[in-house]
Design a protein around this ligand. Sequence first.
Ligand code: MNH
Length: 460
Amino acid sequence: HPRVPHPPHRIPLLGDVIGVSITKPTQNAMAYARRLGPIYERRVLGYRFTFVSGAELAAELNDEKRFRKQLGVALEALRPIGHDGLFTAHNDEPNWSTAHNVLLPGFTQSAMRGYHQTMLDTVRELTRHWDRQCDDGTWVAVTPDMNKVTLETIGRAGFGYEFGSFSSEEQHPFVAAMLRALSFAQRSTFKIPVPLLGGALTRRTAQQNRADLAYLAEVVDEVIASRRANPHERRDDLLELMLTSTDPESGRRLDEVNIRNQVITFLIAGHETSSGALSFALYYLANHPEVADRARAEIYRAWPAGAEPDPTFEQVAKLRYLRHVLDETLRLWPTAPGYMREAREDTLIGGRYPMKAGDAAFVLLPQVHRDPAWGPDADAFDPDRFLPEHAHSRPGHVYKPFGTGIRSCIGRQFALHETVLALALILHRYDLEPEPGYRLDVEELLTLKPSGFRVQLRRR
Ligand code: MNH
């Protein structure tokens, strides 16, 4: 069998540490993929990482019959935050299937209908906030405001809890604690202090991390307690499902500790990635006026210009072009930049690279989504790729911004509805003037987000 390519300059013991980036690992892995090809291996401090970025190999890894999710070191490092919550649970942990079954009814189409009004109210808080910064030359920082929208949305729609993000200029302390905890987790991936990799874990940061985790748990306990204190306010939401329903398959219910783990998981998984998706979409819309105009034409057909739109669930679901804008955004910048897949049995991938049962490879989505199989203009932003009549020119089984198989994203429909709704109201109401000279700077903290992207808003 041929050897899997690896970077030149392998150092004894340390391995391929030259060029490792702790702050931008995904973009770093993408740069190596461009040099080393559709599959390559990196060894760092005794760990071996295989990166797959070619469409054909990725399609194999996505096959549930041969492969399944593995947490890998990155998600293992998140266990102190998510424990056995859905995202960080091992495949065979009983709480995974119990929680999956208990929560599924919270993600049906009829459940989405139930969240629609809450999502709409939250976006209207954003536009009220933005109306105050319109037409006066203010540069509005996009990503922090998208964080506010998506945190409020999952808090209110999922758990009936308001963070009050729009009543203060500052981000909610939950967000600050969460970001520090994620950053600590990212830096603790290699379990040993590696100042060499930019990740000095001092006693002070460890102490801060303990305080942050305790604070996250405290907020979540308050979310749960406020529901328990108002039992008459029964709602159709995720918290109600977890507190009251039984897994029809096993007859089991979720215990107190696991519910807390799920709430933390949902508050993080349910807002970080959607916020990045909205921010990247606004970046592309602001920089492609012809795309924004086409999206507006569709939006104004539903809600004529000049009047306040009052979107229904069905109208939002019918915004096909805007949906393609989002699909294309998540092709170029899938905000969850990949996932690990482990072999169920000994196998060969690409017919020639052996993987033993339990061996894993990381599917490097942004690179898979730019494979030459997407065409010669794979790096260009073009929402029309997602027109049904162009399906034949897209490679099969590799467009996976929401992951693949049984462990794929449970919140996919939730994310699509909230983001399309938000983009529709924003485009209906404002022209977006991007800051001249801004070059896309993608910030990484497990998820990807545009950093420092600002716009001037003009009321239409
Ligand atoms: Mn989400 C899993 C991407 C929005 C809740 N999500 C995943 C995975 C990807 C992903 C990829 C699979 C990871 C893996 O295989 O290791 N998620 C996204 C993206 C968006 C998103 C790109 C927005 C855009 N996710 C959301 C929202 C919620 C959510 C919104 C909640 C309301 N996601 C989850 C949960 C899981 C998950 C929970 C874990 C599911 C499981 O393993 O059972």
